[in-house]
Design a protein. Sequence first.
Length: 68
Amino acid sequence: MLNTQPNLQNPDDFYQALIDTHRGLSDEHSAALNARIVLLLSNHIGDEDVLKEAFRTARQSLHAEAAA
């Protein structure tokens, strides 16, 4: 089951690290970095059902955002 509740000990630090990782990259390189991060974390999670649920949840949130 996908955990969608806040689960980071230091979310501001995490967000800053994510922004710093993308700093100075072109849009193309930033998108490629995001894809690599997704693949690394997906491998770490390793549970295909959880990953598919995450994909669905993320896509649904895009549709909800677009409808708003």
